[in-house]
Design a protein around this ligand. Structure first.
Ligand code: AMP
Length: 282
C-alpha cells in the first residue's frame, strides 16, 4: 500500500493503473477510522482493481472551530486499518494541498440541503460538496463509497454528481454498529466512559419506536422518541425528523411514502459530543 500526500504523486500512480485498464474505487473519509469505514473499504476492494482511501479532515465542512480542532486524528492507525482491508492507496493531503486557494464555490441543493443537518450546521454540506467534488476531480473514480450512517449526506452527494455531470457510481453501504447498537463514529472516541454507557440509548429508543409506530401516528412517534431520549440524563436531542428516505422531506402520515426514515442528532455528555443516527420505518 502506498501513502500519498501530494495530488500529483497520486495522479501519476493512477495514470499508470488506468493505462492498464484498471477500475478505481474511492472511499472518502476524515480518518480516525473504525469498522464502519472498514466496511466501505472492503466493499471497494471487492468491486474495483484499485482502491483509494482519502484521509482528510476537511475544515470547510466544520462550522464550529472547536469541533474541528477536537476532531480525532491518527494517520498511522488509519493506514494500518486501510492496509489490513487490502486497499492500494491512501491519499492524506494537507489543507494547503487540497485548497491551494480558498474554495469559493457554493453548492446548494434545496430542499435536500435545507433540512436536518443542513438546517443545523450552516455551510456543512457546502463544505462536503467542495471536498468531495475536489476528490472526484483528483481521483476520477469509477465508483465512490459512502455510508448510510450519514443518510442525508448520500442524498446530497447524489445531487452533487448530477450537478457536476460526472460519471461516478455512488455506492451506499449499510451502517455499522457496536454490539450494544451505538452507531460507529469517529466521534465516539471523544465520549467519556460514562457517556459511552448512555449513548446506546439513542438507538435503543429509535429501535423500540418501530413497534410503537405500528399503532401510533408519525407525530406521536416523533414526540415519543424525543421524550424518551431527553429523559436520559446526559442526552439531548437536537432534532428528530421522520422523512421520506429519498427526498428527506417530512412526512405527516405513514402512508405518505413507501420509504420512511427517522433521522436524529443527539448531544451526549457535558462537552458535548454530537452523535447522529437513523432508523428505517418502512
Ligand atoms: P467520516 O470519516 O465520518 O467523514 O466518514 C467517512 C465515510 O464513512 C462516510 O461515507 C460515512 O458515512 C462512513 N461511515 C462512518 N461511520 C460509519 C458507520 N458506522 N457505518 C457505515 N459507514 C460509516
Amino acid at each position: 500500500m502506498k501513502v500519498f500526500h501530494k495530488i500529483s504523486d497520486l495522479q501519476n500512480e493512477l495514470f499508470l493503473a488506468r493505462k492498464e485498464g484498471k477500475k478505481v474505487g474511492l472511499v472518502p473519509t476524515m480518518g480516525a477510522l473504525h469498522a464502519g469505514h472498514a466496511s466501505l473499504v472492503n466493499h471497494s476492494v471487492a468491486d474495483n482493481d484499485i482502491t483509494v482511501v482519502s484521509v482528510f479532515v476537511n475544515p470547510t465542512q466544520f462550522n464550529d472551530k472547536n469541533d474541528l480542532n477536537s476532531y480525532p486524528r491518527d494517520l498511522d492507525a488509519d493506514c494500518k486499518l486501510i492496509e489490513e482491508c487490502g486497499a492500494d492507496f491512501v491519499f492524506a493531503p494537507s489543507v494547503e494541498e487540497m485548497y491551494p486557494t480558498p474554495d469559493n464555490r457554493h453548492f446548494d441543493f434545496p430542499p435536500v440541503t435545507s433540512v436536518m443537518e443542513g438546517a443545523h450546521r450552516s455551510g456543512h454540506f457546502n463544505g462536503v460538496c467542495q471536498v468531495v467534488s475536489r476528490l472526484f476531480y483528483i481521483v476520477r473514480p469509477e465508483r465512490a463509497y459512502f455510508g448510510e450512517k450519514d443518510w442525508q449526506q448520500i442524498a446530497v452527494i447524489k445531487c452533487l454528481v448530477k450537478y457536476l455531470g460526472i460519471s461516478v457510481q455512488i455506492v451506499e453501504c449499510p451502517i455499522v454498529r457496536d454490539e450494544d447498537g451505538l452507531a460507529r463514529s469517529s466521534r465516539n472516541a471523544l465520549l467519556s466512559s460514562d457517556e459511552r454507557v448512555i449513548a446506546p440509548n439513542i438507538f435503543k429508543s429509535l429501535k423500540s419506536s418501530t413497534d410503537y409506530a405500528k399503532k401510533h401516528t408519525v407525530e406521536q412517534t416523533h414526540d415519543k422518541v424525543i421524550k424518551d431520549i431527553n429523559a436520559i440524563d446526559g442526552l439531548e436531542v437536537e432534532y428528530f425528523s421522520i422523512v421520506d428516505g429519498n427526498t428527506l422531506q417530512d412526512v405527516s402520515s405513514w402512508d405518505d411514502s413507501q420509504y420512511i426514515v427517522g433521522c436524529i442528532t443527539v448531544y451526549c455528555g457535558k462537552k458535548p459530543v454530537r452523535l447522529i443516527d437513523h432508523i428505517k420505518y418502512k
